[in-house]
Ligand binder design. Structure first.
Ligand SMILES: *Cc1c(COP(=O)(O)O)cnc(C)c1O
Length: 392
């Protein structure tokens, strides 16, 4: 082993043991998802309460059939970037369908939601510009902001007054400004105040990007966060993912034709990566069709989240995500372990995914959960909440 390699080994081992000591080391566990929100792990079947497959689309017979047919017909991979020969007709069809669904002129599909956010902000903003990001926005929005080279300001979570002060101070010195937020916050389940954000964006000439990864398919009978408001509050830039409620993989941006055209030419994570495989796109198309035609299915995850929250005496959720904040990392891990012993999978969420001191159980509900599963989970979690309250 060269000395170079041994310093690398030493560095990695030291980092890992530090993370272990602070209960921040993460481990990959083999997990096999089965229909009906059942997960096979460690030789056991558990009811999965931490999946983002909110509508059970990954196991939907019509989604599976569409994906199989596309593989048979078009092959397993796409062969190249979309700008070379990876521009499969199914991609264009999905883009048109998503744009129509979101009420925009155009749409672009990316390799994942994460890649979409690494693409959008750096293609639209750079040095001399200003990007304001909600402090609890998803990691990839923060990464996209940093990657752009613009000045980045983090504003207080869902705090329009704080955002306004920061715009009033910094906007004039910048050429362009962008505001980035989740529509549904991924670790808290609350909604962004989109109409207020649109108003500020217009007043200060800023471009608003709303990441609706957890809104599409589940909020407002599936139509997404924009439709949780009346009239619907549509941001200039509406991005999201194909990998949560649509049960497939990939990301998208719905926006004007001109903005989408610019991104097709300039967005590095679109230009320099291979297009999604045909099966993945066909699956997303089939799932989108189901979202458009089954508002009841789309409404069920939030209904179940409310049923659970009511039984546990928690505030009424606006999305299928219900956080149970524990605080300490080791205690969050222990709570997750005790739920696992009771037959439920709810992984503990720790920093840096959430701020320090807010380690939590993040419970998510799916249309394919049984009412009885939800009630059983509530009977297990409610006593844990009493213990937490007593301790605080
Ligand atoms: C999951 C998630 C993403 C990333 O999407 P992928 O398709 O999984 O890469 C982006 N933004 C938010 C808010 C998310 O929750």
């Amino acid at each position: 082993m060269s000395s170079n390699t041994s310093s690398l080994e030493e560095f990695a081992a030291r980092k890992l043991s530090g993370l272990e000591r602070r209960h921040l080391r993460r481990r990959l566990v083999q997990s096999e998802n089965r229909p009906g929100m059942v997960i096979h792990r460690d030789g056991r079947e558990l009811v999965n309460f931490c999946s983002n497959d909110y509508l059970g689309m990954t196991h939907d017979p019509s989604v599976i059939a569409a994906s199989q047919a596309a593989t048979q017909r078009y092959g397993a991979g796409s062969g190249a970037s979309r700008l070379v020969t990876g521009g499969h007709p199914l991609l264009f069809e999905l883009e048109q369908r998503l744009a129509a669904f979101k009420g925009t002129e155009d749409c672009i599909i990316f390799g994942s939601g994460y890649l979409a956010n690494l693409a959008i902000t750096p293609a639209l903003a750079g040095p001399g510009d200003l990007v304001l990001v909600d402090e609890l926005a998803h990691a990839c929005l923060h990464s996209g902001a940093k990657l752009s080279g613009a000045e980045v300001i983090v504003f207080r979570h869902n705090d329009l007054a704080d955002l306004e002060v920061r715009l009033a101070t910094a906007r004039a010195g910048a050429r362009h400004a962008m505001i980035l937020t989740d529509g549904v916050f991924s670790m808290d389940g609350d909604l962004a105040p989109v109409p207020g954000l649109i108003e500020l964006a217009e007043r200060f000439d800023a471009w608003l990007l709303v990441d609706d990864a957890h809104g599409l398919g589940v909020v407002a009978q599936g139509r997404g966060t924009a439709h949780a408001f009346s009239p619907p509050a549509r941001a200039h830039l509406q991005m999201g993912t194909l990998s949560k409620s649509l049960g497939s993989y990939g990301g998208y941006l719905c926006a004007s034709r001109t903005v989408c055209e610019l991104l097709r030419t300039r967005a590095r994570p679109l230009v320099f990566t291979t297009a999604l495989p045909p099966a993945t796109i066909a699956a997303a198309l089939a799932a989108l069709e189901l979202v458009e035609t089954s508002p009841e299915r789309c409404g069920r995850p939030v209904e179940l989240a409310r049923r659970f929250a009511h039984q546990c005496g928690l505030a009424e959720p606006a999305s299928p995500i219900v956080p149970v904040i524990i605080g300490d990392e080791a205690e969050a891990l222990a709570a997750s372990q005790s739920l696992q012993s009771a037959g439920f999978l709810v992984t503990a969420i720790r920093p840096p995914t959430v701020p320090r001191g807010t380690a939590r159980l993040r419970i998510t509900f799916s249309a394919t959960h049984q009412d009885s599963d939800v009630d059983a989970l509530a009977r297990t979690v409610a006593p844990m909440l009493h213990t937490l309250e007593a301790a605080s």
